[in-house]
Design a protein around this ligand. Structure first.
Ligand SMILES: [Zn+2]
Length: 255
């Protein structure tokens, strides 16, 4: 299996309209970050995690891979705002695109994409998204190939979902998890973990909390994602042990 970090930026992107590069070095291209999304390639199945507002450009940069299914972490704009671009995967070869999301997020997705989800009877052969509802801690399988465990996350006053697939887990936009979530993450080797900032924050874990979580879960390798204006690439590389690295847009990781 292989993962591609399509984007590893925060909700406002890097540089942002409000703060520019903040304390990050503008000269280092690894500090230019599009909104966070990730592609998992098993060799047989390509799964896209989230369709952020820059998904079209990210997938062009990744060589226009086919997408077999989309899984959402949650319905915030920086994770679902590019849903309309997924129309590209509805064509004569690909009439149905499976989309996996929670009951709550389905509501938001339908609001945005109504015209593609419910074709009229006269257009019953129209390509469409096929929505699959997922529930925390209830594993599901895609293509009979990949088993995925959704892990409930608390993201400020909202909820989000983390995912474990084999030895790999993707946990972004998370501030808290239930003890069961931590239990389910034990034994992973590769962890892509969302850490927005070095400062205490009520919606996301900050760097210090992330280090405590990493110490608890003990993965072999961690890649930080969803990084904001205080997360300079080179500073983090110098400060963190080798098994914890900041990700960058376009990064590929063999699992
Ligand atoms: Zn986010």
């Amino acid at each position: 299996m292989k993962i591609k970090i399509l984007g590893c930026g925060p909700s406002y992107g890097m540089p942002s309209l409000s703060r520019g590069f903040g304390s990050c070095d503008p000269v280092n291209p690894k500090n230019t970050r599009t909104r966070s999304s990730l592609l998992l390639e098993t060799g047989k199945t390509n799964i896209l995690f989230d369709s952020d507002p820059e998904i079209r450009l990210q997938l062009l940069r990744a060589g226009r891979p086919n997408i077999d299914a989309v899984i959402y972490t949650h319905a915030h704009y920086d994770h679902m705002g590019g849903a309309d671009d997924l129309r590209a995967f509805l064509n004569e070869h690909h009439l149905r695109l499976p989309v996996y999301l929670t009951d709550h997020d389905e509501h938001h997705f339908k609001e945005q994409m109504q015209y593609l989800i419910k074709p009229s009877e006269a257009q019953s052969d129209k390509p469409t998204f096929v929505l699959h509802k997922i529930n925390a801690y209830e594993p599901f399988t895609i293509n009979g190939d990949v088993q995925i465990m959704p892990i409930l996350q608390y993201h400020g006053e909202d909820l989000s979902m983390g995912y474990r697939i084999g030895d790999f887990a993707y946990s972004t936009d998370v501030k808290r998890m239930d003890p069961k979530g931590f239990e389910l993450l034990k034994g992973i080797k590769t962890w892509v973990l969302g850490v927005v900032t070095t400062q205490e924050n009520n919606k996301h874990i900050h760097l210090e909390e992330a280090l405590r979580w990493i110490d608890l879960i003990k993965p072999t390798q961690v890649y930080l994602t969803h990084m904001g204006a205080r997360m300079d690439y080179e500073t983090l590389c110098n400060q963190l042990p080798l098994y914890i690295r900041p990700a960058y847009d376009g990064m590929e990781i063999e699992l």
